[in-house]
Design a protein around this ligand. Sequence first.
Ligand SMILES: Nc1ncnc2c1ncn2[C@@H]1O[C@H](COP(=O)(O)OP(=O)(O)OP(=O)(O)O)[C@@H](O)[C@H]1O
Length: 226
Amino acid sequence: MIRLEHVTKTYPKASRPSIEDATVSIEKGEFVFFIGPTGSGKSTIVKLMLREITPTKGKVYVNGKDITSMHSWKVANFRRSIGCVFQDFRLLPNRTAFENVAFALEVIGKTKSVARRVVPEVLELVGLGGKEHRFPHELSGGEQQRVAVARAFVNRPLILLADEPTGNLDPDTSIEIMRLLDRINRTGTTIVMVTHDSNIVNQMRRRVIEVDGGRIVRDQARGVYG
Ligand SMILES: Nc1ncnc2c1ncn2[C@@H]1O[C@H](COP(=O)(O)OP(=O)(O)OP(=O)(O)O)[C@@H](O)[C@H]1O
């Protein structure tokens, strides 16, 4: 589903690579944690998978396609095929929960009638039934992240990338978000999550890939934070 082959990324003006000779394969339906100290290169890996950046050396394949050499006009479409969740939620502040989720359908050309049918279903799935018409500022942090997860999942992506999705949430709320991601994973969606949260990693016991100084230093099935 995702493969990095001998990937090195040196940002312009940087003196050393942020990722160096990384090779990793992630299969369909896996749940993978990327962990490591601050500045180790975790977000760089996520950006490479989304083609927000291209490697200096090596190849990145997503869903069988070499995204390194993908034409730039195809990139927007490619990104829409991947669900993304971030630490800071990134909701549109002047749109309701319903509208935020519906927006992800609009941009891929779905009709309003599809949105009217699908959005309430997915908001119900994330536990926000009855709160469709709230604006982000009328929701708690955990609820806002549920909206972001609903938006990421509404197109039923094959892959969901989550960069520190619980970084702004308290421990109980974080566990609720993880339950949600676990449920989504059980539908067959591949999940790649960057986290600093040792409790979550230790509770979930999924594959753990540790990055340090731009290198993959550990890749462990049913791993712990360590
Ligand atoms: N656009 C950029 N230009 C130059 N250097 C960058 C850029 N983005 C990141 N870096 C550097 O690359 C290295 C890895 O950064 P990255 O954001 O991938 O780390 P991270 O493991 O996600 O860190 P954190 O846990 O703090 O989010 C760091 O040394 C960072 O300073």
